[in-house]
Design a protein around this ligand. Structure first.
Ligand code: PLP
Length: 145
């Protein structure tokens, strides 16, 4: 997070006035929601009603239909197939899911899962190291200089 007072010499505030501006430099860890997404979510939350997308009642079916439409749109943008797009709760779940899936897949086809990772990884990954090692995988820790 960086903060700077802007004055006229910065091309910021008019003569005699200063404005404060904040720049967030950690967008990789969390990112503000896009206003268009917020508007859509708001409608589901407060106006149109929400429902568990796994339920068979009308609100659930509507939620499920909306999710599938979004999955299709994301797939098109990513030049992918809808069935290959997964929505997860966040980075930790995604990291766990990928590493565990790859290890299980390697085991299924009789191959060694050899994971190259770094000592400075996010804890959601570094905490997986003992689990991978005790589950038959191999881990090489790279030491960043
Ligand atoms: C590289 C990395 N992986 C995983 C996470 C965890 O993400 P979440 O808080 O969404 O579980 C973060 C969050 O800071 C991160 O920076």
């Amino acid at each position: 997070m960086g903060s700077k007072k802007l004055g006229p010499r910065d091309g910021g505030a008019p003569q005699g006035r200063e404005i404060e501006m904040t720049i967030y430099f950690d967008n990789a860890s969390t990112t503000a929601i896009d206003k268009r997404v917020w508007k859509k979510m708001e409608a589901f939350q407060f106006e149109e009603g929400y429902g568990n997308a796994s339920s068979v009642h009308a609100l659930g079916v509507r939620a499920s239909t909306a999710i599938e439409q979004v999955r299709q749109k994301v797939a098109e943008k990513a030049h992918s197939r809808a069935q290959d797009i997964f929505f997860l709760s966040g980075g930790s779940e995604a990291n766990n899911w990928v590493v565990q899936s790859l290890l299980q897949e390697a085991k299924k086809v009789g191959r060694l899962f050899h994971w190259l990772t770094t000592e400075t990884e996010h804890s959601s990954l570094s905490k997986l190291v003992p689990w991978v090692q005790s589950s038959g995988g191999q881990v090489s820790l790279i030491h960043p200089v």
